[in-house]
Design a binder for this molecule. Structure first.
Ligand code: DQA
Length: 144
């Protein structure tokens, strides 16, 4: 099983960026932790981070025929990128949306995700564990 893990805008700044909201772990620490969980399960991960909407869309398109599932934290794009939503919809690969912070405890503009309707589900507010939960869900529930 191959899972594409997409992190969008500003998530390269994890560890430095608002640590009271996003914690002190860097993106590479998040990726190493997830990789350890994935290798226990015999799952292959492809990590991708970009601040550019178009690059994220191209990466999602490239997952067609190459990945069995997607874990995506699109950052602020989650709240308004119909283009990323359409890309997920176009490839029709089972996807789980993750947010590190609890978006419902924050500003109102974060309460809506335009990509949520094309994902199996959304995990929000569980910190980096949200990615592990998404991995577990996809391994246990995705028929490949
Ligand atoms: C985020 C929440 C978004 O509202 C924000 O724009 C981010 C990170 C999260 O992981 O909590 O960049 O997706």
């Amino acid at each position: 099983m191959k899972i594409l893990v997409v992190n969008g805008a500003n998530l390269n700044m994890l560890g430095t960026r608002e640590p009271h909201i996003y914690g002190t772990n860097s993106l590479s620490e998040l990726e190493s932790n997830l990789l350890a969980c994935a290798s226990e399960k015999g799952v292959q991960l492809d990590f991708f981070q970009s601040n550019s909407e178009g690059e994220i869309i191209n990466k999602i398109h490239g997952a067609y025929g190459n990945a069995d599932a997607i874990i995506i934290n699109a950052g602020a794009y989650s709240h308004y990128s119909y283009a990323i939503r359409d890309a997920l919809s176009a490839v029709a690969i089972p996807a789980v949306e993750v947010h590190i912070s609890n978006v419902y405890k924050r500003e109102e503009f974060r309460h809506n995700s335009v990509i949520a309707p094309v994902c199996c589900g959304t995990i929000t507010g569980l910190g980096m564990y949200g990615y592990v939960a998404a991995l577990n869900y996809l391994c246990d529930n995705t028929k490949i």
